[in-house]
Design a protein around this ligand. Structure first.
Ligand code: NAG
Ligand code: NAG
Ligand code: NAG
Ligand code: NAG
Ligand code: ZN
Length: 486
């Protein structure tokens, strides 16, 4: 059909199309002013994480505020986060677009054999910059590009990374209420133009804490989830009061989900291997062991077939899809328990009813994802994305050149509203807006003349062509699936 059309001589149509291209580009540039010189005009973006908010919590109790965002924005059903599905690795992936093996925050509890130092969420070791400096978080990159950022308790955001703190931030203090965190963030966004932040990150500890202690299946979790929805409502309301709700792009997501545990599903390592043979570095459900000098094979063989509810890996044999291998902070032996199982040394010690950290393809491990604002489509449901894809998307919205990362804007660009979407990812570098101005007039003239021609050709073509589908949606899914299985 196309060949036939070409033979019939669509020359004038092609010419017209070529003439109109610059006009289309000009329109986009005018609307968005994305030149790098226009740092002060960049879009605003607020990234919110409710720790441990599993993807399906929004349908468990009425969550009118989440649903309001979804109806007027976008939602992604399957978000594949990064392995291991713990808090620190995943929060750092969200702001770097990197798998844990590359950004270096491989767990909440780590040991670095070169530094001979341990990192623990429970200690001040998290303030040692060098743990974080295998990657550069988005707030550092945006500040180096002349933008401004503000952080309310996001993991790592009160650490000096590559010499930089966020322009505005709150030192971590779990006792500071959600409302106070929101008030600070909204203040930073509404400061006078030169002071206002472009990018904000906001973190809240729930529903993770309750999920751990009650277990996600507990009916007591209903109240906790309803409370998060009310907190989201508070945030939306504060943004509205400050006149920011329609202009600030809001992304609400989480680091991971939560699985139900049971005291009947405990694996006791002491039954299989002596504690004298290894150092216990990271805890359940993906236990990291550092065997004592010369004991690697002994520890490994003792554990290998010890219990059907755990998989034992030497670091080099971890499944490639985890992207969890190439870092000295990943220990020589990892034991991954089956969903719902807990690994302990023995039964003494605290036991939790909920946990996360398991395989990142398990549905129970996956977070919620909704977004709203001028950059996003409305009432759009997307099937799947990877959490590392968020970084290039945020960079795009903020007009920042992304650093090398493991995400892909192509995978998620269908979330963008028509006004915000890139005309083509392979588009040439953006050109100064003003260089187009003188040409516009002449194009308008030509276009008016050719307009008649178009109408004429269309009439002819309509008689010969089957209807074309307008389907950017249909086109994006195969690309996504292909990428995900790389
Ligand atoms: C590592 O640090 C510990 C103290 O934290 C020390 O006892 C040990 O000797 C150090 N190891 C090496 C190889 O330096
Ligand atoms: C943490 O926040 C609480 C509540 O605002 C406050 O009372 C407390 O002094 C803060 N702690 C530190 C160490 O700043
Ligand atoms: C279990 O481990 C703790 C240390 O974590 C130890 O004090 C206790 O004796 C152990 N219990 C048994 C029954 O081995
Ligand atoms: C992730 O991205 C980093 C930076 O570009 C790269 O070095 C690394 O190889 C990537 N990882 C994978 C699994 O592609
Ligand atoms: Zn978490």
């Amino acid at each position: 059909m196309l060949g036939c059309l070409l033979r019939r001589g669509c020359g004038p149509l092609v010419l017209l199309w070529a003439l109109m291209l610059p006009l289309v580009s000009l329109r986009r540039l005018n609307q968005h002013g994305r030149g790098s010189h226009a740092a002060r005009d960049r879009s605003k973006l607020l990234l919110v994480s409710f720790d441990g908010f599993r993807w399906d919590y929004i349908d468990r109790v009425p969550t009118p505020n989440f649903h309001n965002l979804i109806d007027n924005g976008v939602m992604v059903e399957h978000v594949e986060n990064v392995y291991i599905t713990k808090t620190f690795p995943n929060h750092y992936s969200l702001v770097t677009g990197l798998y844990a093996e590359t950004h270096g925050i491989v767990a909440n509890e780590m040991y670095d054999p070169v530094m001979n130092r341990s990192f623990s969420m429970e200690t001040d070791s998290i303030y040692e910059s060098r743990w974080w400096e295998e990657a550069v978080p988005l707030w550092v990159t945006i500040q180096k590009a002349g933008g401004r950022s503000g952080a309310a308790m996001w993991p790592g955001s009160d650490v000096k990374i590559h010499g930089v703190f966020p322009n505005r931030y709150l030192p971590y203090n779990a006792s500071v209420s959600f409302e106070t965190r929101v008030e600070r963030i909204v203040e930073w966004f509404s400061a006078p133009k030169e002071e206002a932040v472009d990018f904000g990150v906001l973190y809240w500890e729930e529903p993770d804490e309750s999920g751990h202690s009650l277990g996600p299946e507990s009916s007591l979790m209903d109240r906790v989830i309803a409370d998060i929805d009310e907190k989201l409502g508070f945030l939306i309301n504060e943004l509205k009061k400050a006149g920011l709700y329609q202009s600030v792009n809001l992304i609400v997501t989480s680091d991971h989900g939560m699985a139900q545990l049971s005291p009947d599903k405990i694996i006791e390592l002491d039954e299989y291997v002596s504690r004298d043979l290894y150092t216990w570095v990271d805890k359940s459900p993906v236990v990291a062991l550092l065997p004592k000098e010369g004991k690697l094979d002994e520890v490994y063989s003792k554990l290998l077939d010890a219990n059907p509810n755990m998989a034992v890996y030497k670091k080099e044999n971890l499944p490639e899809r985890f992207h969890y291998q190439h870092n000295i902070r990943i220990m020589p032996i990892l034991i991954e328990s089956k969903e719902g199982w807990t690994i302990m040394q023995n039964r003494t010690g605290p036991f939790m009813l909920g946990n996360h950290g398991y395989d990142n393809t398990l549905r129970s491990m996956q977070p919620v994802f909704v977004a709203h604002g001028p950059a996003f489509r409305q009432n759009y449901l997307k099937t799947s994305m990877r959490s590392v894809d968020l970084y290039p998307l945020m960079c795009y919205i903020l007009s920042i050149h992304p650093l090398p990362n493991n995400g892909s804007l192509l995978n998620v660009q269908d979330l963008l509203s028509q006004e915000a979407a890139p005309s083509a990812l392979s588009a040439p570098p953006r050109v100064n807006v003003h260089s187009y101005a003188p040409v516009v007039g002449s194009f308008l003239g030509v276009v008016m003349v050719l307009g008649f021609l178009v109408i004429y050709i269309k009439q002819v073509m309509l008689k010969q062509l089957p209807p074309l589908k307008h389907g950017s949606r249909e086109m994006s899914q195969p690309l996504l699936l292909k990428d995900m299985h790389l």
